[in-house]
Structures are given as structure tokens and as C-alpha cells.
Design a protein around this ligand. Sequence first.
Ligand code: S3P
Length: 430
Amino acid sequence: MERVVRRPAKLAGMVTPPGDKSISHRSLMLNSIAAGEAYVSGLGRGEDVVSTIRCLESLGATIEEAGLNSVRIQGLGSTMQEPEDILNAGNSGTSMRLLGGLVAGQDFLSVLTGDASLRSRPMGRVVQPLRAMGARISGRHGDTLAPLAISGGGLNGIEYTMPVASAQVKSALLLAGLSASGPTVLHQPALSRDHTERMMRAMGATVEEDGLTLTLDPASLRPIDVVIPSDISSAAFWLVAACCHPDADVTVAGVGINPSRTGILEALEAMGADVVLESQREEGGEPVADLRVRSCQLTRTEIGGDMIPRLLDEVPVLAVAACFAEGTTVIRDAQELRIKESDRLAATASLLTALGARVEEQADGLVIHGSGRLHRARVSSHGDHRLAMTMAVAGLAGDGDVTIEGAESASVSYPTFWEHLDSLTGASSN
Ligand code: S3P
């Protein structure tokens, strides 16, 4: 699908992006291994979450529609069923890595695969520690790439120093640790999203936190009903579009503002953005707010270190903000972006260059010289949902038509993205 995006005279209105993708995956997986029934509402309906649902059903969980964006999950307790066929995680790294940890604790054979992008992404980071816990795992390319064949069960707890601040690796090991024979101790290099720890605690597990060290005791989970807030990583597109558009007043409603995810708000604030947090509240154990954003003149910033895991998926769209900022913005320590759904450092640099920006790609980041404008171009999403939406933001704020090939990939995380764009630009009547 191709979409042409151009700057509207005004960008205004209110949108509620889909439920947080990370929390959606976790609420489905954890409730599937809890003993009993749970309702999850506000579930994100992107293709990644659908992949997780399909895999969990193949493992014996019952997941039924229960109204708009709600499902009823009949959990199996700690013992799942051997899947008859290969589990397909599609484009979703979170599905593959977290489910890898989940099935490592199960006394049967599971084979996990995904699409071409996912089959090229590194799995050694979960294979190695899961093996140390006792799982038997083989895969392509020296057991570092999917498909992965996992014979699980009989795990022991380990103490493990994580080489990267990855919430997917952390969560895979915590999921495996639930059924291990002793505690699992994880030393993190920096804080990454903590939704797994929060939800496990709410379901009765003990996860102690001492600085960046987590200790999980083996546990059986009790089901919990979850109300999922809107995804801040999806909200980020509208936040940046409204900052950079000359006449914008946009409210993004019900957004999760868990501190492990709010790096984007801090970065935009440092750039002088006009973002107001309205109606702050707590829903389902996660802090939530409506975010009101108006046009403003942004200024340069520097982003790196511990901030990166807190705005990881927002770096491409933040690079668009940097194009409209006064001065030169520097993003460093972001080498993890090279192994996402695409090489997001190389792709963001080349896409923005095609739009007339002055961007230098570094080994671990980007240097962006703000010019206040982007021009017309035909670009490709690289099959990456976040790049498709980042290019749409460039079109909303820049001077010329941006024609996006592969625009349909937005539905991996945000199936209603184009509808919401039409509503904020006045192209639709809702
Ligand atoms: C996620 C963790 C991050 C993030 C991804 C979702 C999660 O990946 O990029 O979109 O839900 O745990 P890494 O753990 O690989 O950094």
C-alpha cells in the first residue's frame, strides 16, 4: 500500500492510540500460565499481538473475544500443552523472545519461527542464558537465529549479568525463572521497561529489586484482569507531529506514562516542547495521562546513555523532531537500533537524507543538523512499522508530499494509524 502525506493547514483533535504493545503481550502470556480466568481490556490489536495470541492458543490457552478490544483468557496454570506445529511469531521480536522463555520452562518441544526480518534478528541473547538454565535449544547459524527448537523443562535458576539493557531478554529469563528450581538473579546494565516485573508482582510472584538487580523466586501466578493504557510509543508520532507542525493542538488520550517509557517526553521537554500532562491517573497499576501538545519552536538536544532504553523505539521519530529543531542534535549509545525490525539507524539516516535533511550516521547513533524543513520525496518503509509512521510525521510537518511505499506495515503496532491521521488532518469527518 502506498500513502501520500502532506502538511494540512491545521493539525488538531484527539486520538486514542491502541493499547500498549508491550503490556498487551505480557498480559496475554502471563494470564495464559495463571490458574484461572482473566479479562484483558484495551488490548492492542496490532499484528504482533495477534501473533502472540495465535502462539498461546497453540500452547493450549483459550483466548476469546469479550467485547471491543477485550479478551477473556482461560489460563492453564504452569503446565502448557505441546504445540502440534511450529509457533510463528511473525514480525514480533517480543513474541519470539518472551515465548522462548515461556516454553523453555515447559517439558516438551516447541519450534519458534518468524518472518524474514525476525529470522535475521539475534536470538543468541536469549538462547545462551536459557541454556545456562537447562533448556536444550538449537537454531540456525550456530544457534543464534530462528527457527529455534526448544526442549524445555527441568530448569535451574541462574545469576546472570545481562550484556544489554533489553526488556525482551529480561522478560524471557523471568518467564523461564517462574518454573525454575531456585531463584533467578539478573543484573541489568540500565533500566529497561519494567512491565513484566510489575505484572508478575501483581499476580503474586516475588520480584525483588535492588538497584539494577532483580531477584525472582519461582512462583505460580494467579490471574489478573488488566486494563491496558494507550501505547506511548504510538503516541510519540502525534507528539512529534504536533510539535513540528506550525498550527497544531493535539490531545493523545489515555497514554501510559510508566517512568521506564517516558524518555520521549523528557527528550521533547529538553527541546522546549509544549506537552502538558492532563488528568493524570492510575489504571491497572500503570500511570496514565492525556497528553496535550501544541506547536512550538524546538531546540537541539543530546540523547544517550541510560536514556536510550527509555525511548528506544521513539528514536526514528525523534530524529524528525531534530530536523525541525534549531541547532545540531546528537543521539548516541543507540547501536541496538541496528537490530530492530530494520537497521533503524541506517534507514532513518537515508530516509531523512532523501527528504533533504542533513544527517550523519554514526556507529551508535545519528547527528542531525536542524533546518526547519523537509521536502517532497518518495520513500520506502523498509517493511518497518515505526519507519512507515515516522515518514508520515515527516509529511505532516514538512513542505512537500511524502509518498510512502509499504505504508501498510504501520498495522504491525498501530492498525488505526492512517484513520487517526485522517481525523487529525481533517481528511475524515470523525
Ligand atoms: C520491548 C522491548 C524493546 C523494544 C520492543 C518491545 C518489549 O526491545 O524495542 O519494541 O516489549 O519488551 P529490546 O528488549 O530488544 O530492547
